[in-house]
Design a protein around this ligand. Sequence first.
Ligand SMILES: [Zn+2]
Length: 444
Amino acid sequence: MKPKLQRGLSACLFRALLLLLGCLPGALPAATVGNGVAQYVVHISADGLGGVFLRDYLAQYPEEFPSFIRLWREGAGTFNARCDYNISVTEPNHTSILTGRPVLQQPTNVLFSAPHGFDDNYDPGPPATLHNMGNLEVPYKASVFDVTHDHGLRTAFFAGKDKFALFIRSYDVINGAPDTVGEDNGANKMDVASIIDYGTPDFSVQENSSNLVSQVAETLGTNPPRYLFLHLADLDIMGHWYGWGSGMYRYGLQHLDLQLARILAVIDAHPLLAGRTAIVLTADHGGGDRVGSHVYADAPTVYTIPLVIWGPGVSPGLDLYSCFGNRWDPGTQYLDYNAPRQPLHNGDSGNLALKLLGLPTIPGSCLIPVFVPRLNQAITNQGLEISWQPVEGAFVLEQSETAHPGTWIPISGVSITQDHLRRVYQTPIVPAQTSQFFRLIQAP
Ligand SMILES: [Zn+2]
């Protein structure tokens, strides 16, 4: 249960409703985001950005990281998402981020079947693709780029390591699947693709990072793609050379914050992008166990990564976990894909980006976070009607007479009617001067 955050949103929507209905006492929708409210998505993977380190830095040195502070303050975030359960290196986790599939199959795994199976951390070069390696039972591993491109949206891919050429090649005009959705936009899923390898951790890392983000800024500023993926390698390189949590790692994060500031500035200033652009930011893995390493997938500082969504429709300051019916904050646990209460994974972020754009999920993907459904209200002859669309995951409707702090009482399932289209709760309209608040929360 996450009452605090839901309350805040209920109150906010309540005020809007009073305005709309001329102060009619009423009922209020609970938290929801997504549903295609963003016209543009910038999907960022900060290589090697550990959630534990980021959380502690933002708490101790907030003035050093204004962009990250802004994303968490204005968006919905967590420092406690997870990299893949089995494998905590770069290429396999980025394959998960782009395809919405876990890396490996677990013996008894039912929910998260059909892994991508690519567990090497390098690009073997042509003709290797994600499709002719890894899990060959999946002959084509569709990606977030397939869905965006095939729906006629312009896409772009920017990366800071040469081995990311594997991803460009896997979805190019030769290896990309035919576009069978609507108009044929061709097989090449990436309209813009660019790599600047960051190299070794001398000053060129920051310079290359800045140059890559200059390309991003120029692309966004001139002909903005509807979906842009950006891989920033700064922290991984600083972590490997100087250690995760070292002074140089923190310096690397400051530089990363500056790059985010540049991207945010472009969004803020652009007439098409401002107010219409969402950012989804995560990491492939953390690190620091052992100091300059991130190969141990069962180490807390390695498997703990951030995930934040920011932009239109995203309520400020929410715990990201409160937005979903099928994801639960795991605390410090190291949970496999059989755990009944799944944490957020970086592999969820591709489908999150699509959801924000109002697009379907990645074909064949199984890492699919389900947003808490939006509550609708209507006045009928029977009184007040609260309804929502049933989705995967169990939710409980709760009621309170006040939003702050609110005494939330679950409404029994018996009084809720349902068909395949919606669930409905009917209640008399309360007398004037009093209010009813409603929210959906994850079933305990
Ligand atoms: Zn990495």
